[in-house]
Design a protein around this ligand. Structure first.
Ligand code: NAP
Length: 250
């Protein structure tokens, strides 16, 4: 008998697979969701605990709902659901098609998953729903719809948490505010990035503690705090650039 069951939605990502590995090592039975579930077979074969792959059509919400409900019935519920889906791409011309694709996955798709899993947890009467979010949701940014979509998911989870309290159900909602992963370090700053096993471990420890909000890695709490406090004329570095340019011109 497994000690617990966990759903990981968006299981093709490196971070999801590292969390799956660590949970599996603890004897947790897993339901893993990906766009192409067949791709998960070689990964699942390496896991020490039972694991099952399910198809996820995040851009078709009705299908997403059905896919989650089917898996829920098949496994007899779950103690933990982790949503780790997301799409981001930047183009300076802000083409609508790109915005639309980000909104479809990060807003509509996210809401369909969170809404369905929350209701399933309510019917079950207990459990934990967690989502990997981003510090990017604290403020606006050049990747306009991505930043806005992350604010949406943070607020959506907060609302669900209020509903769980209203219903007096022991359902924990955890908002995981992620900084930079190591894979992004190649493009960004090594100083602020963290290796995926460390990130996965911090997430799982925070989930076990039943935290409402987690900053991973912990140092990103400082950035989040600063991001909330800074007035726009400091936060928006374009203001600095335009002043410097004006001085040069003058
Ligand atoms: N990478 C970072 O440094 C970083 C930093 C802060 C926050 N985050 C957040 O962490 C989360 C995961 O990031 P990641 O770097 O692990 O991203 P990732 O490797 O690209 O994973 C994203 C996941 O979303 C799934 N997904 C995307 N579009 C989908 C679609 N149309 N249908 C079904 N599944 C879809 C992907 O599945 P497929 O591969 O099957 O498409 C994948 O499993 C995101 O919410 C991201 O915003 C990441």
């Amino acid at each position: 008998m497994p000690i617990a069951t966990a759903f990981i939605v968006g299981a093709s990502s490196q971070l999801s697979q590292e969390m799956a590995r660590q949970l599996s090592a603890q004897g947790v039975e897993l339901a893993l969701f990906a766009q192409n579930s067949d791709d998960l077979t070689p990964f699942i074969e390496q896991l020490p605990s039972a694991a099952h792959a399910f198809e996820l059509s995040i851009d078709q919400p009705q299908q997403t709902v059905q896919q989650l409900e089917t898996a829920w019935q098949q496994l007899g519920g779950a103690h933990l659901v982790v949503i780790n889906t997301g799409f981001n791409q930047y183009h300076p011309d802000l083409p609508w098609q790109l915005d639309q694709a980000i909104i479809q996955v990060n807003v509509q798709g996210f809401a369909a998953i969170a809404n369905t899993c929350f209701k399933l947890l309510c019917e079950q009467g207990y459990g934990q729903l967690a989502a990997i979010n981003s510090i990017a949701g604290m403020r606006g940014g050049s990747s306009v719809s991505f930043h806005a979509s992350k604010a949406f998911s943070a607020n959506y989870l907060e609302g669900l948490s209020m509903h769980a309290q209203r219903l007096k159900l022991p359902i924990t909602m955890t908002d995981i505010q992620l900084g930079l992963l190591d894979k992004a370090a190649m493009q960004q700053s090594r100083l602020w990035s963290a290796p995926i096993p460390k990130v996965a471990k911090q997430i799982l420890v925070g989930l076990q503690k039943g935290k409402r909000r987690l900053y991973v890695t912990k140092r990103w709490r400082i950035i989040a705090w600063l991001a909330k406090l800074l007035p726009e004329y400091i936060y928006n570095t374009r203001h600095w650039k335009s002043k410097t340019a004006a001085k040069k011109e003058g």
